[in-house]
Write a new protein. Structure first.
Length: 272
């Protein structure tokens, strides 16, 4: 592959570029990033040695693969001025934007070879999770290429249909924030119970890490792992009873439904 262009050099682009370079999947001089922020461009150039541009057209002009990493609300505005160049070159396009459908991406870019991905921020550490779906025109070699690129940031899962990607956004795309919220709340409660901020933070973070690693590596499911912590008549039982009494599962369900619905709205807001 000769050149990869990133349109938008923010949080997720940085995470993916970091993964690609760390894994040796792509060399820095094959990566071109466009972003309006001068500071952002400088940071990317300094951290990774990639080529940066203020002008999107310059970034995509020689690219065989274009990764769209701007906010969903910007997508139409960003793609329409690039349409003539993109439709003439027909690069593989990978969009990581929440909500924006393959149909709209095709309409605005003039490209048929499209992959929609939903990564998440742990991609920064190589432990990301990405859901993926491709348009019908995408050839097997292009699917393999997209898969290899995203695997540089963690695991990939190919979805049965595009309809599933909003659910992936609600689960793993936004999901890190749910766990961070729980960690924040646990730290605050630890302090209320008399621990120092530092002790509470240290213990909450290590507990999150340990629980995540156990859940990922155990040969039993999370319900059984929870049961093993919960001594009959003990402390965990009281805490879980409190969570269930406050309908934690319904709260999680409502939150994920809201995230899923918002993904659809982000696409509809941009209209045709
Ligand atoms: N953050 C996350 O956890 C995840 C995000 N995503 C998706 O990734 C995409 C990017 O999100 P994220 O990285 O968080 O957002 P960021 O705001 O960090 O990155 C977007 C970047 O695009 C730049 N930008 C704005 N306008 C243009 C333009 N016209 N041309 C080129 N670049 C432009 C922004 O610059 P400036 O800031 O100056 O406007 C910014 O640096 C979104 O579509 C989001 O849905 C997907 C999965 C997870
Ligand atoms: O909040 C958002 O819209 C993006 C998509 C998934 C995570 N962050």
């Amino acid at each position: 592959m000769s050149q990869i262009a990133f349109i938008g050099g923010g949080n997720m682009a940085t995470a993916i570029i970091g993964g690609l370079i760390r894994q040796g999947e792509v060399t820095a001089n094959a990566i071109r990033v466009s972003d309006p922020g001068e500071q952002q461009r400088q940071n990317l150039a300094q951290s990774f040695g990639v080529q940066t541009f203020a002008d999107n057209l310059e970034a995509v002009s020689e690219a065989d693969l274009v990764i769209l990493a701007v906010k969903p609300q910007m997508m139409k505005t960003v793609l329409e001025p690039l349409q003539a160049t993109l439709s003439a070159r027909q690069p593989l396009i990978i969009s990581i934007a929440a909500g924006i459908t393959l149909a709209n991406l095709e309409k605005w870019s003039g490209c048929r070879n499209l992959v929609r991905c939903m990564p998440n921020t742990p991609a920064l550490l190589g432990v990301g999770a990405t859901g993926m779906v491709a348009s019908e025109a995408v050839e097997i070699e292009q699917r393999t290429l997209a898969d290899r690129l995203m695997q540089a940031t963690g695991i990939t899962v190919w979805l049965k249909s595009e309809q599933e990607i909003d659910a992936v956004t609600a689960l793993s795309g936004s999901g890190p924030a749910y766990f961070f919220l729980l960690i924040e709340a646990m730290i605050e409660s630890g302090v209320k119970l008399g621990l120092s901020e530092e002790t509470s933070r240290q213990l909450a973070l290590q507990t999150a890490l340990g629980a995540g690693q156990m859940a990922a590596n155990a040969d039993v499911g999370p319900a059984e792992l929870r049961r093993r912590v919960t001594s009959p008549g003990g402390t965990t039982e009281r805490a879980i009873f409190t969570f269930e009494g406050a309908h934690l599962r319904d709260i999680v369900d409502a939150a994920m439904q809201a995230a899923n619905d918002r993904a659809g709205e982000l696409n509809r807001l941009l209209g045709d």
